[in-house]
Write a protein that binds this ligand. Structure first.
Ligand SMILES: Nc1ncnc2c1ncn2[C@@H]1O[C@H](COP(=O)(O)OP(=O)(O)OP(=O)(O)O)[C@@H](O)[C@H]1O
Ligand SMILES: [Mg+2]
Length: 362
């Protein structure tokens, strides 16, 4: 008898369970009554735990959000909030478009249907595409230029060396020394501009061993008032990567952080994993996230747009190559470096794929 309604209910249940949009239902007291699997993923909580929990304990957002939810309970007017910043417990932040519809019906207890669409992933993808395109374009220009400088420079240095041998006067040799030393300095710079040309020599590496090497190196160089804090996730699996190249990239970030904090400050090295992340166009099941955070003055908005360009520097004695080299090295591992900054809180985040979305093992 009751076959038809049951069937319909089953279909409705399957629709909700398979919806890519995160959906949750709260009752009139704003206590969570239902969340679908997409919402479990988004809020990183199981439906079992979420059920019966006040919404305020699942997410925190701007005060106006909860005010509008209460308003909607009374007025039954649906609303949409765009680019709403939410914080989850466990401190994750996300940006969502949020649509709220009243479930008010004469006989039903009422409540609200809340739909959440995460948009920071979209924002991040377009930003990343820019970063990668920007990086490829400038790298080609710089490489071309560096090559052009390299050949005549070799000739110059060779000629100065020959001349040096011919000179009897030690005092005159001082001039040829200067030519040779400066040519060497330029040669070094040009080599750095050309970037690492060796393909990554991949092997199984433990990211925490590499980070400890970097921490020790930087600890020696940094002023005494600079504290280096570790916040490692010990469950991170081994990674296929070139250890020297990763150390180089990490060092470049860590040294910038030291430069930024000056005599006193805190630099944090943090590791985490994230699931289902897209880097460029490729989707990955599991991604390693390494963050180098400092509490220095931060990066201005104008500077931010170009810090990954080669030869861009805000430091008096910088060459402006550190970040572009680091980005190159990480790109070669299929990863990406992103940056966000506000005064007192600058984060450089390295994303490195641990597992692709649809292959068993790499
Ligand atoms: N953590 C940070 N805080 C503030 N500014 C930063 C930070 N990291 C980088 N920057 C800015 O970005 C610029 C570019 O950094 P990049 O590492 O590419 O070059 P550099 O440090 O100037 O020179 P080098 O080639 O020696 O690394 C820096 O000069 C600095 O102005
Ligand atoms: Mg640098």
């Amino acid at each position: 008898m009751g076959d038809a309604p049951n069937n319909e209910q089953a279909i409705q249940q399957r629709v909700l369970d398979n919806l890519a949009t995160a959906v949750l239902v709260v009752d009139r007291a704003l206590v969570t009554r239902y969340i679908n699997p997409a919402c479990e993923m988004l809020l990183e909580i199981s439906a079992r735990k979420a059920r019966g929990t006040p919404l305020e304990r699942l997410i925190s957002g701007p005060d106006r959000l909860f005010a509008r939810l209460r308003e909607c309970l009374d007025s039954a007017h649906p609303f949409t909030e765009r680019e709403l910043p939410l914080a989850l417990f466990g401190n994750r932040h996300l940006t969502v478009d949020c649509t709220v519809t009243s479930l008010h019906e004469p006989q039903a207890p009422g409540g609200l249907l809340v739909e959440l669409v995460q948009i920071d992933r979209q924002l991040r993808i377009s930003r990343e595409e820019n970063l990668i395109a920007q990086h490829n374009a400038t790298r080609d220009v710089v490489r071309g230029l560096a090559h052009e400088i390299k050949n005549p420079l070799g000739g110059l240095r060779g000629a100065a060396q020959l001349l040096e041998r011919e000179l009897a006067d030690e005092e005159l040799k001082e001039y040829t020394r200067i030519i040779i030393d400066e040519a060497d300095r330029l040669q070094n710079l040009v080599n750095r501009m050309l970037g690492p040309n060796a393909l990554p020599n991949k092997q199984e590496v433990n990211i925490h061993h590499l980070l400890e090497r970097v921490r020790n190196l930087v600890d020696v160089e940094a002023p005494a008032g600079v504290e280096l804090v570790r916040d490692y996730d010990p469950s991170i699996p081994m990674l296929q990567a070139d250890p020297d190249q990763l150390i180089q990239a990490l060092l470049n970030l860590a040294r910038n952080a030291v430069g930024a904090v000056g005599e006193r400050g805190t630099i944090t090295l943090r590791t985490r994993t994230q699931r289902q992340i897209t880097i460029g166009h490729e989707r990955h099941k599991l991604v390693l996230v390494v963050e180098v955070t400092d509490d220095g003055p931060g990066i201005s908005k104008e500077m931010m747009e170009k810090i990954f360009y080669p030869m861009i520097t805000g430091a008096a004695n910088g060459t402006g190559l550190g970040l572009s080299i680091a980005q190159s090295l990480i790109n070669r591992h299929g990863g990406l470096i992103e940056c966000s900054s506000e005064p007192g809180h600058t984060v450089f985040r390295i994303l490195l794929p641990l597992e692709k979305a649809n292959d068993e093992h790499r």
